[in-house]
Design a protein around this ligand. Sequence first.
Ligand SMILES: *[C@@H]1O[C@H](CO)[C@@H](O)[C@H](O)[C@H]1NC(C)=O
Ligand SMILES: *[C@@H]1O[C@H](CO)[C@@H](O)[C@H](O)[C@H]1NC(C)=O
Ligand SMILES: *[C@@H]1O[C@H](CO)[C@@H](O)[C@H](O)[C@H]1NC(C)=O
Ligand SMILES: *[C@@H]1O[C@H](CO)[C@@H](O)[C@H](O)[C@H]1NC(C)=O
Ligand SMILES: *[C@@H]1O[C@H](CO)[C@@H](O)[C@H](O)[C@H]1NC(C)=O
Ligand SMILES: *[C@@H]1O[C@H](CO)[C@@H](O)[C@H](O)[C@H]1NC(C)=O
Ligand SMILES: *[C@@H]1O[C@H](CO)[C@@H](O)[C@H](O)[C@H]1NC(C)=O
Ligand SMILES: *[C@@H]1O[C@H](CO)[C@@H](O)[C@H](O)[C@H]1NC(C)=O
Ligand SMILES: *[C@@H]1O[C@H](CO)[C@@H](O)[C@H](O)[C@H]1NC(C)=O
Ligand SMILES: *[C@@H]1O[C@H](CO)[C@@H](O)[C@H](O)[C@H]1NC(C)=O
Ligand SMILES: *[C@@H]1O[C@H](CO)[C@@H](O)[C@H](O)[C@H]1NC(C)=O
Ligand SMILES: *[C@@H]1O[C@H](CO)[C@@H](O)[C@H](O)[C@H]1NC(C)=O
Length: 534
Amino acid sequence: MLSTPLCLLFCFLCLKIAFSSSLHASSFSTTQLCSHEEAFALLQFKTSFSTNNTASDPERCNTYHTKPYSKTESWKEGVGCCSWDGVSCDNVTGHVIALDLSCSLLSGTFPSNSTLFLLKNLQSLNLSFNDFRLSKIPTEISQFTKLKHLDISCSQFSGQVPAEIAHLPKLVSLNLSNYLYSDSAELILETTTLRNLVQNLSEVRELVLYGVNMTSVNPRFFMNLSSSLTTLGLAESALRGNFPNSIFRFPNLKNFYLSGSFRERNLTIDLPSFNWSSPLQQLYLGGMDCGRGLPESIGDLKSLQYLSLSCNLEGSISTSLTKLTQLSVLDLSWNHFSGPIPAFIGNLSQLTSLGLFFNNLSGQIPSSVANLTQLRSLQLSLNHFSGPIPAFIGNLYKLTSLGLGYNILRGQIPSSLANLTQLSVLDLSENHFSGPIPAFIGNLYQLVSLLLSSNNLSGQILSSLANLTQLVVLRLSNNQFSGPIPFHATRFSTLSTLDLSYNLLNGTLPPWIFTLPLLEDLNLGHNQFQGLNS
Ligand SMILES: *[C@@H]1O[C@H](CO)[C@@H](O)[C@H](O)[C@H]1NC(C)=O
Ligand SMILES: *[C@@H]1O[C@H](CO)[C@@H](O)[C@H](O)[C@H]1NC(C)=O
Ligand SMILES: *[C@@H]1O[C@H](CO)[C@@H](O)[C@H](O)[C@H]1NC(C)=O
Ligand SMILES: *[C@@H]1O[C@H](CO)[C@@H](O)[C@H](O)[C@H]1NC(C)=O
Ligand SMILES: *[C@@H]1O[C@H](CO)[C@@H](O)[C@H](O)[C@H]1NC(C)=O
Ligand SMILES: *[C@@H]1O[C@H](CO)[C@@H](O)[C@H](O)[C@H]1NC(C)=O
Ligand SMILES: *[C@@H]1O[C@H](CO)[C@@H](O)[C@H](O)[C@H]1NC(C)=O
Ligand SMILES: *[C@@H]1O[C@H](CO)[C@@H](O)[C@H](O)[C@H]1NC(C)=O
Ligand SMILES: *[C@@H]1O[C@H](CO)[C@@H](O)[C@H](O)[C@H]1NC(C)=O
Ligand SMILES: *[C@@H]1O[C@H](CO)[C@@H](O)[C@H](O)[C@H]1NC(C)=O
Ligand SMILES: *[C@@H]1O[C@H](CO)[C@@H](O)[C@H](O)[C@H]1NC(C)=O
Ligand SMILES: *[C@@H]1O[C@H](CO)[C@@H](O)[C@H](O)[C@H]1NC(C)=O
């Protein structure tokens, strides 16, 4: 149940985007017609594609609060194109200046002679979340000489990014993101193209190239980007070599995301020990190496709201983090930090997410954590934390995800957990918890994932667990649960994993267990059920 850092990052961005205003010009007066040529160009463009319900991943579109539907379907001749869905016109000249066809179910090869290129006045083009069937990005893109915003992320373009991408001198934001490790579409950005892009696009403020394969690119070229740069997104980029840390002196840089290949880890950056002068608000470094410890100088980044570092850091967690009072997300997972969670963590009272999983941290969970009442996610799995779950955990009543697995925690599951009524993920697996499953667990109705495997829990399985009708994963294996499976009727319509193995359960197996509609993974082995060996 560990989300990848990119996933966390991706979702954080969604929140941000949801609150930021649209880049598009406002709609032209609906009564006024756009030119015949532009209407024709759009209608022709529409006919190049079919509508396919699988073309726009609803999950990804939903994270942007956009429901996929065909925007072009309503486009009809005889009606002013400025009133068409997704089309915006200049309110003086009537020219089409912005086209937002994101999440529009467009499916088909993108024609290089597309009539779209006739829209010479286009300033903003958003084609994200469609399926262009591994088309190449057309070289004709350079005909959009007035383009300021280009977003073709997650739209199944593939192959080399054409050199012509560097011929868009007015570009302010460019997003070519793709998902290198999850999609079949792969965009490759060659070193010369990048060099030209960086030199030529002197207005560029936001450059987002997640998942674009830049294996051949020398990271030094990014230093030639305009000093007005505010966002640089290079996560999952397969970059290699040393990324110059002068990036931290870009005077306007607010958002910086960098990760190499998590498998190769052939990318490095040296965290500066002084002079981080950028006004950074969001910093993500993952799948790479960034020196030894976390320098005290990190405390200079007073505007940081989101900090996620997963880059082989070691030592203790630097006290200077306490200066970052704006932090909402702190994720130091997948490093080698050791020692206890420092008490100063309680000062970061704005935190909504604290991730420390997969480190060498130890000691008890400190009482200062009780101060973090805004937390929605607390991930401490895969460390060496010991002692009981402190009762103050009940203060963190906004938690939706609590991960304490793979530690050496002991004692009973405390009753204060009953307060965490928003929980959807509870992971206590691989610890030394003992005693029964407390009855209140059946009241945590939001639970999707309940992981209690490999503890010393005992007693009967509570019938009230059947109240958890949202459950997708239920793992109780490797404990000393005894008695029969108590549920009479199935209410687990969403359950996909049920693991009850390695317990002392007995009685007859209820027949419904084999008819759960979504069950993919069922393990009942190593119990004492009647008529079921081992
Ligand atoms: C929609 O796209 C999917 C995936 O590319 C494809 O398998 C399917 O045949 C398409 N359906 C139609 C009606 O074109
Ligand atoms: C066009 O519309 C925008 C948004 O309503 C407005 O700010 C701008 O002043 C208008 N331009 C002209 C020239 O009317
Ligand atoms: C393009 O559309 C997507 C989905 O609606 C949105 O999240 C994104 O911010 C848009 N891009 C730009 C540059 O406005
Ligand atoms: C684009 O080219 C294809 C074949 O190369 C042709 O069939 C089509 O008519 C052309 N479309 C336009 C709008 O010129
Ligand atoms: C820079 O852009 C101009 C057009 O705006 C183009 O003619 C020129 O070739 C580009 N330079 C490079 C190095 O790509
Ligand atoms: C692509 O990046 C631009 C520039 O940062 C941003 O405005 C836009 O929302 C991003 N698009 C998506 C789909 O995330
Ligand atoms: C990136 O592209 C290179 C070839 O340019 C290829 O060898 C490599 O496997 C690609 N990397 C990934 C992660 O797809
Ligand atoms: C990546 O790093 C490994 C050592 O960690 C090295 O053996 C390998 O050659 C490097 N690959 C590249 C392409 O730099
Ligand atoms: C709890 O947070 C407040 C500020 O919100 C701070 O003054 C106090 O010292 C914190 N307590 C602990 C135990 O960290
Ligand atoms: C339970 O949460 C409430 C806030 O909803 C809080 O006031 C109360 O102290 C918490 N109780 C326990 C036992 O932690
Ligand atoms: C919860 O489960 C118990 C025992 O199965 C049952 O008596 C009770 O009615 C359930 N409560 C709700 C709200 O479903
Ligand atoms: C099941 O195990 C319990 C002890 O854990 C025992 O009391 C009971 O008789 C057993 N029931 C059956 C049907 O074997």
